[in-house]
Design a protein around this ligand. Structure first.
Ligand code: OKV
Ligand code: MN
Length: 253
């Protein structure tokens, strides 16, 4: 149990049962041999509040996730959960039900003699002005509080409306705008003196060395999980005793 696993951007959605099944199989299988599992945001494609666990329409799917995370935790794998730009309303109730610990964004952790900066990644996408404006609005605690006070059906309608409009806006945006801004990357690496920056969000997996005046850092972008051509494509980043590698997540069936 010396391995640490890093994943992000599963975008679980009751309308996409294949990815959900793949993730549950991963929690019962591959994840068990790890000491720690880090989920760096966008575990869910949408989250309107932890009382989604009470919604008769979707509760069974969401409860399978909390139950499987809890079973993994009880089997001895510590699970860390960061909010993403889509599931930023994941909260304490979900964490308690799943046995996960919530991880702030950004979080600096020490691993194998390195300072590792963990982020979801949306904070680095500063060129997307419209998104950052949306982010500031929905991350405002008062706005969140008022949103959570609305009846669940109303929140579902608002969320559906946001998602519809976002799809249109994303399609119209240039690819470059939706990637990280190099100056934002350097700002965070320098501020935290990070040796390694791990994030997701952009769905552009890759390793990017970053040179600062004082030191070198490696930015590692996690892959999203997706269902295409009848298959789930999923990938992990793994650390064990200071060695790092990527690995596909194979279906257990
Ligand atoms: C999450 C994103 C939909 C991007 C709304 C206050 C406000 C929360 C919310 C509504 C939407 C989360 C909770 C969702 C992320 C989208 C579309 C684009 C780019 C309010 C607090 F403002 F209405 F009061 N939301 N949902 N997007 O459907 O999960 O990140 S969501
Ligand atoms: Mn994201």
């Amino acid at each position: 149990r010396t391995q640490r696993l890093f994943i992000s951007d599963l975008h679980l959605d009751p309308d996409q049962p294949e990815i959900l099944a793949h993730f549950l199989a991963f929690l019962r299988g591959r994840a068990r041999s790890a000491g720690e599992l880090y989920i760096l945001g966008d575990l869910f494609d949408a989250w309107i509040g932890d009382d989604a666990l009470d919604d008769p329409q979707v509760a069974s799917d969401y409860r399978r996730v909390t139950a499987s995370l809890r079973a993994l935790h009880e089997a001895g794998t510590r699970c860390w959960l960061m909010q993403g730009n889509r599931d930023f309303l994941l909260g304490r109730r979900f964490a308690r039900a799943s046995g996960c610990r919530l991880l702030g964004d950004p979080s600096l952790v020490r691993m194998a003699d390195q300072s590792i900066l963990l982020m979801h990644g949306d904070l680095l996408c500063t060129d997307d002005i419209a998104y950052q404006r949306f982010r500031r609005r929905v991350r405002n605690p008062l706005i969140q509080k008022l949103f959570l006070l609305r009846p669940r059906q109303q929140r579902l309608r608002i969320a559906a409306d946001y998602r519809g409009r976002s799809r249109a806006a994303t399609a119209a945006k240039q690819r470059a705008i939706m990637d990280v801004n190099p100056r934002a990357v350097i700002k965070y690496i320098a501020r935290y003196q990070a040796d390694r920056l791990i994030h997701g969000h952009t769905h552009r997996p890759g390793d990017h060395p970053v040179s600062l005046a004082q030191h070198q850092c490696l930015r590692q972008v996690l892959a999203d999980w997706r269902y295409a051509d009848g298959k789930v494509q999923a990938e992990l980043l793994v650390e064990e005793k200071g060695r790092w590698w990527r690995e596909p997540v194979r279906s257990a069936v």
